[in-house]
Design a protein around this ligand. Structure first.
Ligand SMILES: CC(C)(COP(=O)(O)OP(=O)(O)OC[C@H]1O[C@@H](n2cnc3c(N)ncnc32)[C@H](O)[C@@H]1OP(=O)(O)O)[C@@H](O)C(=O)NCCC(=O)NCCS
Length: 237
């Protein structure tokens, strides 16, 4: 564990600790830099403390946020891991520990003032968020995406690079919309779904399904966010 030096910077910039020192963590680090935040370090369960990721230190494992009151007082936190279940778990644990989440939005993002964004969200370059859109906490909206008017994206979803969500699309908790995928207006995609890259969703997709193609068809169950389904599948093996 690396002790955090808690001297005020004098700049008034928010200090940020990122949970996850992998690819998404480094993307979050870039967002910190371009938005003028002070990047304090990463928490990572699989990397040795005192090592560095692109020059930024690993401070310790994720639960440092629960164990270190000084760190909680000095910093804001963002969960930057690909697994939606893990993101949901740590958003809850950060809140329970009384720590503050931060939302990171690239300056090039066009976001309607009437859009409603939850905490702990990341939005990457050149994405457009249209009026009345709602994005739940812990979502990750990659670059060049388009979240249409009155679209509702529930917590811990990923909208990958270049995806386009038509007017009033509804997306359930923890779903992953692949790169370049498109949804027709008024579509409902359930929770825990995975929509393949470049797919076109023209009909509703039930929860916990993988759907691919144009038009998108259900390929199989998506077990990753549904413990009950995963257990049933194990028993049937
Ligand atoms: C949907 C996805 C998860 C399926 O992966 P998988 O379960 O390993 O599936 P497979 O590669 O075994 O393919 C199964 C079938 O679905 C088809 N398929 C897979 N992905 C597809 C896609 N995006 N569009 C159309 N068909 C697709 C395959 O051709 C194959 O068809 P076949 O059985 O007729 O040969 C994956 O292909 C995908 O699109 N992931 C999203 C990637 C992404 O957008 N990442 C964001 C950038 S990081």
């Amino acid at each position: 564990m690396v002790p955090l030096e808690r001297q005020p910077t004098g700049s008034g910039a928010e200090r940020v600790v990122i949970l996850g020192g992998g690819a998404i963590g480094t993307m979050a680090a870039d967002l910190c830099t371009v938005t003028g935040r002070e990047l304090v370090g990463f928490l990572d369960n699989n990397k040795e403390p005192q090592t560095h990721v692109y020059g930024t230190p690993i401070l310790g494992p994720f639960d440092l946020v629960e164990r270190d009151a000084g760190l909680r007082a000095a910093c804001h936190f963002i969960v930057a891991v690909s697994d939606a279940g893990l993101r949901r778990e740590w958003l809850g644990r950060i809140a329970a520990a009384g720590a503050r989440l931060i939302t990171l939005i690239h300056p090039s993002v066009s976001c309607s003032p009437s859009a409603c964004l939850g905490e702990g969200i990341m939005i990457f370059p050149f994405t457009t968020i249209y009026p009345g859109a709602q994005i739940g906490e812990g979502c990750l909206i990659e670059g060049h995406a388009c979240v249409g008017p009155e679209v509702s994206v529930m917590p811990v979803c990923v909208i990958a690079e270049g995806a386009i969500l038509g007017h009033r699309t509804r997306i359930g908790t923890g779903s992953f919309i692949g790169a370049g995928a498109v949804s027709r207006p008024n579509i409902t995609i359930g929770e825990g779904c995975l929509i393949g890259a470049n797919s076109t969703v023209i009909r509703d997709i039930p929860s916990f399904k993988v759907a691919v193609g144009s038009p998108a068809r259900v390929l199989r169950d998506n077990l990753s966010l549904n413990p009950a389904l995963a257990e049933r599948s194990r028993q049937n093996r």
